[in-house]
Ligand binder design. Structure first.
Ligand SMILES: Nc1ncnc2c1ncn2[C@@H]1O[C@H](COP(=O)(O)OP(=O)(O)OP(=O)(O)O)[C@@H](O)[C@H]1O
Ligand SMILES: [Mg+2]
Length: 338
């Protein structure tokens, strides 16, 4: 329900007299109510950036604004209260093993001085929200990874946060369970209108859940865009590397490319993805055009069409064919992918 603003924020660590710039000077706006994904390789600075948002890391420079507050300007007491409104979900759940599910959640309610008489009802409400009502009195050791993360999410939501920060929340879970947890986060985002910032190193997670995404490399956010645009039009090399997977088609091993026999992958964005372009191409060109592979990826519900063609015939005619592709809007060569 709150937006997040980083203004000129950086974080430098001092490690044995050497300074490590974990997050370089960064400006970033995260919109109220959006799911913002942050992706990058190990060591890129993702966790540091996330921890700067709730001031678990004190920025070396800059301002951190969450909702109505500039966290960098708050007194210690006010910051402690504000932090209760910034929920956090961890990769390894961080549950207290000696406490039951209900006690784990009560722990953070107590810290926020939640009214005692309403505490049990609040725990029930949270457990219903995350689908764990029957595990109220279980100990963490008797829960599956997915169930533990549900407790982690319930605990993060206990004090009605304005924003939810998730650091690799699904990285310890297998793909099926990851899907379930992402679905839960999506529901929470929708029903509570909660702003969610989610770190991952998997593009699959971004594709599944995020509205916008920031790509981090070497302490910098190098690209920020809608998830669809990041997939369909990546600009930075690192970003291209992350989205490459969806463009990959295997070239059949028996096909040898020559000047008279080319392979081209076409990309059709959004409204043009479901049209029949092939019919036109057949009519316009005196070439043999055959489909080697193709699929439509849905990103946030929007189609991105990919079609791998084998084009053979006169070299000059192939040249005209390629020019036609390059000149036409909505019919694009997936250049970077060959
Ligand atoms: N407390 C610290 N003291 C010193 N250096 C640190 C500290 N925390 C992080 N770093 C360094 O800052 C850089 C960014 O680390 P960070 O943990 O933010 O990366 P990350 O993108 O979250 O990586 P991963 O995907 O492995 O979790 C790394 O070079 C790391 O070694
Ligand atoms: Mg990390």
């Amino acid at each position: 329900m709150s937006h997040i603003e980083l203004k000129g924020v950086s974080k430098t660590y001092d490690v044995k007299g050497k300074s490590v710039e974990a997050v370089k000077t960064t400006d970033l706006s995260i919109r109220s109510g959006e799911i913002f994904g942050l992706i990058g390789f190990s060591g890129a600075g993702k966790s540091t950036l996330l921890r700067l948002i709730n001031l678990l890391e004190v920025p070396t420079t800059g301002d951190v604004i969450v909702g109505d507050d500039n966290l960098t300007k708050l007194s210690k007491d006010k910051l402690r209260v504000k932090r209760q409104k910034i929920g956090m979900v961890f990769q390894h759940f961080n549950l207290i093993n000696s406490k039951t599910v209900a006690e784990n959640i009560k722990f953070v309610l107590k810290a926020a001085k939640y009214p005692k008489e309403r505490m049990d009802a609040r725990v029930d409400e949270l457990l219903t929200l995350v689908g764990l009502s029957d595990k109220r009195d279980a100990l963490p050791k008797n829960l599956s990874g997915g169930q533990k993360q549900r407790v982690g999410i319930a605990r993060a939501l206990a004090n009605d946060p304005e924003v939810l920060l998730c650091d690799e929340a699904t990285s310890a879970l297998d793909p099926e369970i990851t899907k379930e947890i992402l679905k839960l986060l999506k529901e929470i985002n929708k029903t509570l209108g909660l702003t969610i910032v989610l770190i991952t190193h998997e593009m699959e997670v971004i594709k599944e859940i995020a509205h916008r995404v920031g790509v981090m490399s070497n302490g910098e956010i190098i690209e920020v865009d809608d998830v669809y645009n990041i997939f369909s039009n990546p600009t930075h090399e690192v970003t291209k590397g992350f989205v490459q997977e969806i463009y990959n088609f295997q070239v059949p091993p028996h096909i040898k490319t020559t000047n008279e026999n080319r392979i081209i992958t076409l990309k059709f964005a959004k409204d043009t993805a479901e049209e029949n372009h092939l019919n036109q191409l057949y009519k316009l060109f005196d070439l043999n055009i055959s489909i080697l592979n193709g699929r439509i990826e849905y990103i946030n519900g929007d189609p991105l069409g990919l079609l791998m063609l084998q084009v053979s015939g006169d070299e000059a005619e192939i040249g005209r064919f390629f020019k036609h592709i390059d000149d036409r809007i909505g019919l694009e060569r997936a250049e970077i992918y060959g």
